[in-house]
Design a protein around this ligand. Structure first.
Ligand code: AHM
Ligand code: MG
Length: 335
């Protein structure tokens, strides 16, 4: 008989390795895992929206249909709120963060969660993979009202980060800074089961991933690198393959498993890049680094950026370390 290790069992096992910890982070991760299953159920039903009643209309049960990204946002927020371990949630869906800290501060949670509840949501209607990305920090101040420095922390301070990929199967991948582990949802038992222990990204790869339609607007270093990827050099396995889904979680999951590089650089259209530091780049940088990869703006390490605002954007060059090093070298020479 097949031996399963569920996400819940794995979290408890890891918790036992820290006898003095109180289990709050473990509970927070468990809450995210539960919300992920609910969102997964709704994502799987997305194609039925037409049959059950289109968005904004009333379905057969008399309930109003909601857009999936709104629903995912509500689901994660209510699971985190119920769990009581977090004092602040910053969601890509909300202009302002949700502050649950109280001035008395006695029973406040200690954690701050940044979440992109449903990333790549333009892919929902065309049945292409989408994802959830989360990032967890410990508040710096001991108690009381949350302060700006509790929220705007460098990515280096993350205590955990992860993503859920709603793909051909649904996976939850996370790190607490001790390597990266991946769990696949087994729909027959409704549990995430450990399927990818101790994930490592290959040092080098032969795939590049970028929205090449923006080529004319790319900075010189990225133009050069893209040309290099396309150049024939059989001893280096070039030309490389281009793979671009347009869903960050799916593009980076592939990159981590197979090796390669993903880039969303600054451009004339997106002067600071498109992707968000707190919801997308920091958590993905933490995960990829924990798997042996690198994450950079082209010039600086993503995890060392001091955030100035919640919804800040940054260029992102991430993936196999040998490939990221080459892009950084081109930036140093050309940009
Ligand atoms: P979103 O947060 O509005 O969903 O946008 C983020 C997505 C990422 O998943 C993906 O990497 C990127 O946007 C794709 O952008 P583009 O369509 O410009 O290539
Ligand atoms: Mg997003």
């Amino acid at each position: 008989m097949m031996e399963y290790k569920t996400l819940g069992q794995f979290i408890i096992e890891k918790q036992a390795e820290f006898p003095f910890a109180k289990g709050e982070l473990s509970r927070l991760l468990r809450d995210i895992g539960i919300a992920a299953k609910v969102v997964n159920r709704e994502v799987n039903k997305a194609g039925l929206a037409e049959i059950l009643g289109s968005f904004g209309q009333t379905n057969v049960q008399g309930e109003e249909q909601q857009k999936l990204d709104v629903l995912a946002d509500q689901e994660f927020i209510s699971a985190l709120r119920r769990g009581g371990e977090c004092c602040y949630i910053a969601s890509e869906e909300h202009e302002e963060g949700l502050d649950f800290s109280s001035s008395e501060g006695s029973s406040d949670g200690k954690y701050i969660v940044c979440i992109d509840p449903l990333d790549g949501s333009s892919n929902i209607d065309v049945n292409i993979s989408i994802g959830t990305i989360f990032s967890i920090y410990r508040r710096k101040s001991a108690s009381g009202k949350i302060m700006e420095e509790d929220i705007l922390q460098q990515g280096l301070n993350q205590v955990a980060a992860g993503y859920i990929l709603y793909g051909s199967s649904t996976m939850l991948v996370y790190t607490t800074g001790h390597g990266v582990n991946g769990f696949t949802l087994d729909p027959s038992i409704g549990e995430f089961c450990l399927s990818h222990p101790a994930m490592r990204i290959p040092e080098n790869g032969n795939t590049y991933s970028i929205n090449q339609g923006n080529f004319v607007n790319f900075p010189p270093a990225i133009k050069e690198y893209v040309k290099l990827c396309q150049e024939e050099n059989l001893s280096y396995g070039r030309p490389y393959s281009l793979r671009y889904i347009g869903s960050l979680v799916a593009d980076l999951h592939r990159t981590m498993l197979k090796g390669g590089i993903f880039m969303y650089p600054e451009s004339v259209r997106h002067r600071k890049g498109k992707l968000r530091l707190m919801y997308e780049c920091n958590p993905m940088a933490f995960i990829l680094e924990q798997a042996g990869g690198k994450a950079s703006t082209g010039k600086d390490r993503i995890l060392e950026i001091q955030p100035e605002e919640l919804h800040q954007r940054t260029p992102l060059v991430i993936g196999s370390p040998i490939m990221v090093d080459i892009v950084e070298k081109l930036y140093a020479e050309l940009a």
